[in-house]
Design a protein around this ligand. Structure first.
Ligand code: AMP
Ligand code: MG
Length: 391
């Protein structure tokens, strides 16, 4: 059995970005990862702009200025100002070359066609110089950046309409279990409704990945192997739910052997999700997630998302982690790392009742996981803990 950190390291060491890019409209690029560094095609701002509503001044020693015109945002005229002259100007307006500073309208008394200032402003005040944010030709966003609404706005404000982004990996999902039934029919004795496939597909959506294929198989070696072989043909990653434990009817490990999949690790010193399996065969990454729903999702978030981030070529991998005090004592007598289903308000983090790996109820109301390393046996109320924010 290996540690959580070693498992994450092995994922890092054994995977490389897929490096397949595509050109897509900026408008559809939310959450996508840039496969090129974007050099600014224009300066930002592209012309000297007023940052406020007020008056653009050609400074002189006096406190009175003659107003000789007006520039609204979007206007292109450029009145010539002599020393002691001003133009009325508005936020975003083109500042005449002959103006030195903007005075805000609140600091001005208007007397006919003249203005009187409380004091002369500093040269350059409330002026946005050309290229203040970015000069044309300089680097705006680096390869590997995940595009956010602001990132998209930046691209659009530079006039860019299409960007090269990394193609998402082709991901498929497989669920195993004789006990599984589709919701929508009366529940039969001994059966449960299958829910992991929808959960995994939904989690992968959070990562902007549309699952290409979903297969549901019975607990036989033949079915497991046949389905895996089919998925391996056109998947970069297969996430499998269940069938990875040591029961007589857990066939994922055996099927991996039959299919010549190199096992990078099996079993991690953690709770939940001990029987996690990770390997690679024929260019396809295989992650066998334990079938208990809270284990499945925890492992998908912690290990699956880390793998996907690498394949996508993202700058940062995995979920956001912050340090927060725990709101009650926590004990860890298991000698394994814990991922506790938890709720945080941003100031504290509280472990929820029902920590079993089958407990989808607590997972459903959790917005965080508390990570307790394997060598930490107890945490007192108020102690800092790593809080992993759920997406
Ligand atoms: P396994 O990892 O196959 O031993 O499954 C562990 C537990 O998770 C069992 O109680 C299963 O019934 C449950 N389980 C497995 N797969 C699913 C699934 N797709 N949806 C809901 N529960 C599941
Ligand atoms: Mg099973």
């Amino acid at each position: 059995m290996i540690s959580v950190n070693r498992a994450l390291e092995i994922i890092q060491e054994s995977s490389t970005p897929l490096m397949v890019s595509e050109l897509i409209p900026v408008d559809e690029s939310m959450n996508r990862v840039l496969s090129e560094t974007i050099l600014a095609p224009v300066s930002m701002p592209p012309f000297r702009q007023s940052a406020m509503d007020g008056y653009a001044l050609h400074l002189h020693n006096g406190d009175t200025y003659k107003v000789i015109g007006e520039v609204q945002a979007g206007d292109h005229q450029m009145p010539f100002l002599k020393a002691g002259e001003a133009v009325r100007i508005f936020t975003g307006g083109l500042v005449p070359d002959t103006a030195d500073a903007i005075v805000i309208q609140e600091k001005v008394s208007v007397i006919g066609s003249e203005i009187k200032l409380e004091a002369n402003p500093q040269k350059g005040s409330h002026l946005r110089e050309v290229g203040e944010q970015l000069l044309a030709g300089s680097e705006s966003l680096a390869e590997g950046t995940r595009l956010t609404p602001a990132g998209i706005a930046l691209l659009k404000s530079m006039g860019i309409t299409k960007v090269k982004v990394n193609k998402p990996p082709r991901v498929s999902v497989m669920v195993t279990g004789n006990e599984l039934m589709e919701a929508g029919q009366p529940l039969q004795k001994g059966k449960i409704y299958e829910s992991n496939s929808t959960m995994m597909v939904s989690a992968l959506h959070q990562k902007n990945i549309s699952v290409t294929k979903i297969l549901k198989v019975k607990d036989t070696l033949e079915d497991t192997e046949t389905a895996m072989r089919e998925l391996m043909k056109d998947s970069d990653v297969i996430f499998i739910s269940g069938g990875v434990s040591v029961g007589d009817y857990d066939f994922v490990g055996k099927a991996c052997m039959e299919l010549g999949i190199t096992q990078h690790f099996y079993r991690v010193k953690q709770k939940p999700g001990k029987p996690l399996l990770y390997g690679r065969g024929n260019g396809t990454y295989i992650m066998g997630l334990p079938g208990n729903p809270a284990s499945t999702l925890t492992c998908l978030y912690i290990y699956g998302f880390a793998l996907l981030d690498i394949l996508i070529g993202a700058e940062q991998t995995g979920l956001t982690r912050i340090e927060l005090p725990v709101s009650e004592d926590i004990v860890n007598p298991y000698g394994r790392a814990l991922f506790l289903k938890a709720k945080t308000n941003g100031k504290w983090v509280t472990p929820l009742k029902l920590q079993q790996s089958s407990a989808i109820l607590s997972m459903a109301i959790a917005n965080a996981l508390i990570y307790i390393p394997e060598d930490v046996t107890q945490l007192e109320k108020g102690a800092q803990a790593t809080c992993i924010l759920l997406p």
